[in-house]
Write a protein of this length. Structure first.
Ligand code: CLF
Ligand code: SF4
Length: 488
């Protein structure tokens, strides 16, 4: 099976030519970046340092009391750090979590509206933790002003949030009431046009210098959904590497303009439709979890609460560099790469990044498969503990990753927090369009509840590689009458 459709995964699903020097260079840059490489995200961790409190625009899906919603779930607040505290935190956590591969600045405001704090942090990190990739997220207004610093500090990955390319500013004016420029606020369509102009100039400046650009777009149904395919086309033309379509998360308690006006969140189905409409033009990131501005750990887990300031601020840089232990980290990364090679062989490259239903299935009909995982590319989490599901679309020819779906509460909250109830209704709504669930273990009760929505739960792929299991299970349950569960 060929995987030449490209994508943001491992070398095999990138489909790159090993003799192509530029493709190799890109592969090296993304290989252990958990956001730019889907294949890396179950193995490598990221940390965000919340050094950038100010912002220079207003988005209607953001309440400035909280983190920047261009890269975070709204309604969460991160503890702010000085650049020195931020670097101490990175060294401390880099020693504790050796899979840490990337440091990002993603708020709580805009990284480039706080240039001194952002670049002081990157300068120190470049000296003290040279094995980490540096990443920043911005609304794009000031990229051109800081392009030299971005390049100078080897910030190889920049995310720009771009929600519309409507040249009239009409769509933009529904998203951005104002943009701060030259010491004054520029309102409405004029502000939106200015922001778009600066974003496009900024993206060009970045790609001209070989910096990998990811674009985030917040899907706001009824506002920019129709324009997103145009955004995707434009991004592709501009050599943007990856497009991440994030669902609008909206609720009155977030205190955002959209939330207070009753604009609803984007649904999973609207998100899937937007991905379908944009994915033919651009490589899509589908594994984003809308992290907080002080997120720590693998994407999808947040270990930030484990590392309060008291753990690291009083330690000297000398002590922290010892704890960071760059040599031990290199050994850990080597072990991860060995594991990934084995996993890739076991999965037999049956995953495509973009594919039509006919490319996935000989009948043109596909199935949606949800799985539970604790990471490392395996089906290794009990149904009861799962706080999210990964959803794949699969046929008898190949599979593709579609999205993750988060739960407010897991089925089982553990002996300490158990209140005697098992919230199954949210899970039934979350998985209502899925055909099959693969999980490490599931009880009879939830299994029969899931049967009531025609969802088959199967635990016979426990501790098996995810991709191969999804492919085999779909063939077994829907394409053949005979059980063939043997995995290589
Ligand atoms: Fe952070 Fe963003 Fe860099 Fe990743 S997150 S600055 S590119 S290191 Fe990643 Fe988090 Fe999604 Fe962002 S999952 S919100 S895309
Ligand atoms: Fe909020 Fe980020 Fe928009 Fe600024 S750029 S208003 S912090 S979402």
């Amino acid at each position: 099976m060929s995987c030449s459709t490209g994508g943001c995964g491992t070398s095999s699903d990138m489909g790159f030519d090993p003799n192509d020097a530029q493709a190799l260079e890109i592969q090296e840059k993304i290989n252990n970046h958990p956001c730019y490489s889907e294949g890396a995200h179950q193995h490598y961790a990221r940390i965000h340092v919340a050094v950038a409190p100010a912002c220079n625009i207003q988005c209607n899906y953001c309440n400035r009391k909280y983190d920047c919603s261009n890269e975070s779930r709204p309604g969460v607040t991160s503890g702010k750090l000085t650049p020195e505290e931020a670097v101490k935190k990175v060294l401390y956590i880099g020693g504790e979590i050796q899979q840490l591969s990337v440091v990002g600045i993603a708020g709580p405001g805009d990284a480039l509206a706080n240039p001194k704090k952002t670049f002081d942090t990157f300068r120190m990190l470049q000296e003290k933790s040279p094995d980490l990739k540096l990443c920043l997220s911005t609304n794009g207004l000031r990229i051109v002003d800081y392009i030299d610093e971005i390049e100078k500090y080897n910030v190889d990955h920049v995310t720009v949030t771009i929600n519309t390319i409507d040249p009239t500013g009409e769509i933009g004016s529904q998203i951005y009431p104002w943009v701060h420029w030259n010491h004054k606020k520029v309102w409405g369509a004029e502000g939106a046009k200015l922001l778009l102009e600066k974003q496009l100039e900024g993206i060009k400046a970045l790609t001209d210098r070989g910096i990998l650009v990811k674009a985030n777009s917040v899907l706001i149904p009824g506002v920019n959904d129709k324009d997103l395919p145009n955004v995707a086309k434009k991004l592709k033309e501009m050599n943007v590497f990856l497009h991440n379509i994030m669902p609008l998360l909206s609720s009155p308690e977030f205190g955002t303009k959209f939330g207070l006006d009753g604009v609803p969140s984007a649904t999973d189905q609207e998100q899937m439709a937007a991905q379908e409409a944009c994915g033919m033009d651009m490589k899509l990131m589908k594994h984003c979890r809308q992290c907080r501005a002080d997120a720590v750990g693998l994407i999808g887990e947040d270990r930030g609460d484990e590392f309060g300031k008291e753990a690291f601020v009083s330690l000297s840089f000398e002590e922290l560099e010892k704890k960071y232990n760059i040599k031990a980290r290199a050994q850990k990364h080597e072990a991860i790469e060995n594991w990934r090679t084995q996993l890739e062989a076991a999965n037999e490259r049956i995953k495509l990044e973009t594919a039509t239903k006919l490319e996935l299935s000989s009948t043109g009909e596909t199935k949606l498969v949800a799985i539970t995982t604790a990471g490392e590319g395996m089906i290794n989490m009990h149904f009861g503990s799962a706080q999210e599901f990964l959803v794949y679309e699969a046929g008898d020819k190949a599979i593709k990753f579609v999205m993750h779906r988060k739960l407010e509460s897991s089925y089982c909250s553990g002996p300490e927090n158990c209140n005697g109830t098992n919230p199954i209704e949210e899970i039934k709504v979350t998985l209502k369009d899925c055909d099959l669930l693969l999980t490490e273990k599931i009880g009879d009760c939830p299994m029969s509840e899931l049967q009531s929505i025609n969802l088959i739960a199967d635990e016979s792929y426990a501790n098996m590689p995810v991709e191969k299991s999804v492919f085999e299970a779909v063939k077994t349950h829907f394409y053949t009458s005979k059980k063939e569960h043997e995995l290589g």
